[in-house]
Design a protein. Structure first.
Length: 429
């Protein structure tokens, strides 16, 4: 080691050879016209230590300044923040490809549910599975999320729908969180559906959720959630469940206005929810209420495609109203079997008219903000958690331009390289 090297500061990881770095900035969600505000830098490096970013700057300057325990070469590719998926249902056992075939054949989601399919068809697998079996399945899915560049996942229960089975799902989430690089944020979706044991007795199930499930889920889930639709839980049902959860200190996430314009967005705004999700049928008054209350829309552009629905969430109008949308996969076994936020970003461009920078913000900083984590992740800035995705893309425009493959070459989580593709080809143009 020469004299200059002896004076260099030591860091755990130095990511070098970055062709372009693209990131939103700040600790709050970007709303309205600011959604697309993304900083880009060329030929830079990122220094990380103790799980945090300590510097972002000129490649040569940082290589002279820091001596790294480990060096990761981006080989001229695009580097972005670790992706944040703010709406998923990954706790299940058994898939529902038969329902997909039925929808392709013309049967609607509601018709399938009325025939005993849909959410209820996933109950059997969860109820028959042990916590360990659910955890093993969840860990395998997190491997795939990680390989696709996602470093933080909001994970919902909702396929157990007994107090014991919902708690079992939450315990599986916590076990997977302890044993996997991906950070999981737990949501108890006790209001997913009325379980078959309570057919014709919906109010009795709501009593169980309010009086038993929510109290038992304290300390296990950060958020509570409900599916607000007329065929499941109406506005008053949802208000009762969500207010009870709020009184116990849960953050609120709500499935609203997905299949009908019921007024769920207005209810989410009234309750001060962290997010209002789906919103394919949201009204103008609902969009205005979300913007005025600061409740963030979480949009799932792959779901109408997967369900063969024609109604899209009016995402551009939400932005024009001043909302701060996030993007999600809504990964689940029934209505969207997709784990790739890269795919979602492309479809947000095609279906919503989002620019590449708007899609990137919505899948990173804004998504983190819906989870209360915007001060910790979602951007590449000193002090933030060192979650990075190294791609083989030549520039940020390719985030939405390319469709149908994963561009992820490596993933850094908490300052450590936790995924690396065996082949790291140069980007193709």
């Amino acid at each position: 080691m020469n004299a200059d090297e002896g004076q260099r500061e030591r860091v755990d990881l130095l990511v070098v050879g970055i062709g372009q770095l693209a990131t939103p900035k700040g600790n709050v969600a970007l709303a309205g016209s600011r959604l697309g505000e993304v900083s880009t830098q060329e030929r830079v490096a990122v220094a990380c230590t103790k799980g945090r970013i300590v510097a972002v700057g000129d490649d040569q300057d940082l290589q002279r300044k820091y001596e790294a325990e480990s060096v990761l070469d981006a080989e001229g590719g695009l580097v972005i923040p670790g992706l944040v998926d703010s709406h998923t249902h990954p706790v299940f056992a058994g898939t529902r490809e038969g329902e997909f075939e039925a929808r392709v054949g013309g049967t609607s989601y509601v018709e399938i549910a009325a025939q005993g399919g849909g959410i209820r068809s996933s109950l059997r697998g969860v109820r028959a599975s042990s916590e360990q079996e659910l955890t093993v399945g969840l860990l395998g899915r997190m491997d795939r999320f990680l390989s696709l560049g996602t470093t933080t996942v909001e994970a919902k229960t909702g396929y157990g729908l007994t107090v014991a089975d919902e708690l079992k799902g939450l315990d599986a989430i916590h076990s997977a969180n302890r044993n996997h690089p991906v950070d999981l944020v737990a949501t108890c979706l006790g209001g997913h559906d009325v379980p078959p044991e309570f057919d014709g007795r919906k109010e009795a199930w709501i009593d169980v959720v309010v009086q038993e499930l929510w109290p038992a889920a304290q300390g296990k889930a950060a958020f509570a959630d409900v599916f607000t639709e007329s065929h499941v839980f109406g506005l008053e049902d949802s208000r009762r469940m969500m207010q009870a959860a709020k009184d116990l200190g849960f953050g609120l996430r709500m499935h609203v206005d997905q299949l009908t314009s019921l007024g769920g967005a207005e209810l989410a705004a009234e309750l001060g929810a962290a997010s209002a999700d789906h919103l394919e049928h949201v009204s103008e008054s609902g969009m205005r209420a979300l913007a005025e209350s600061g409740v963030q829309p979480v949009l799932c552009p792959m779901v109408p495609l997967f369900l063969r629905e024609t109604q899209e969430a009016p995402a551009r109008a939400m932005v024009d109203f001043g909302c701060a949308p996030a993007l999600s996969t809504d990964f689940n076994p029934g209505s969207c079997y997709c784990m790739s936020l890269f795919e979602v970003m492309s479809w947000a461009a095609l279906r919503y008219g989002f620019s590449a920078t708007e899609a990137l913000t919505a899948a990173t900083l804004n998504a983190a903000a819906t989870l209360g984590l915007a001060d910790d992740r979602g951007t590449i800035e000193p002090g933030k958690r060192a979650d990075l995705v190294i791609t083989d893309l030549p520039n940020f425009h390719h985030l939405t331009y390319e469709l149908g493959r994963s561009p992820v070459c490596a993933v850094v989580k908490d300052g450590a390289t936790v995924f690396q593709r065996s082949a790291h080809p140069k980007h193709a143009t």
